[in-house]
Design a protein around this ligand. Sequence first.
Ligand SMILES: [Fe+2]
Length: 191
Amino acid sequence: MSLYPLVHQFVLNAFRTQPAMIKHLERTEYWARTLRPHIDEALRCAAVAHDIERSEPNSETNRPFRQSPFQNKDALVYHQRRGAEMIGAFLHQQGIQAKLIQRIKSLIETHEVGGDSDQDFIKDVDSLSFLENNLAYFMENLMATHGVKDVIAKFDWMYERITDPTIRQLAHPHYLEAVAKLKTNQHSNNP
Ligand SMILES: [Fe+2]
């Protein structure tokens, strides 16, 4: 049996109360397979599970990272590493081959910053799906705690980190629209 449906179901279960997260993750995988039609299974699994860390409830361990500015380096490192650990534990339980587990973990462990060309690709399709889908979620759920400036900084960073020129071009209209809406919101709250 192919591994992808197993990982997809794991993600659906983990985020059953967070439909916006499921949409972001499924669209990340959609863009990955659309932009690279011969994509291997490890890339598809990493794309759909890259934010699995966000499914953990708030705890003493993750709360300081979740409350820090979005671009806090330690928070980004924690998010990537913990996500890799979680997917690793799940795949291990399923009896998946160690080499494949390691590859999926290595893609998730770097999805915020990239690295080699596959790691950059996961980072880029994450950004594209984020800019395409996540504005409403951020406005409704994270603006009050983080403030509009931090949210705008997050959208700027998600766009600017894209390496691939084709993916950057696809993300550009979504980025412009999101930042325009965030700035309108900022000015209407601070006339
Ligand atoms: Fe993401």
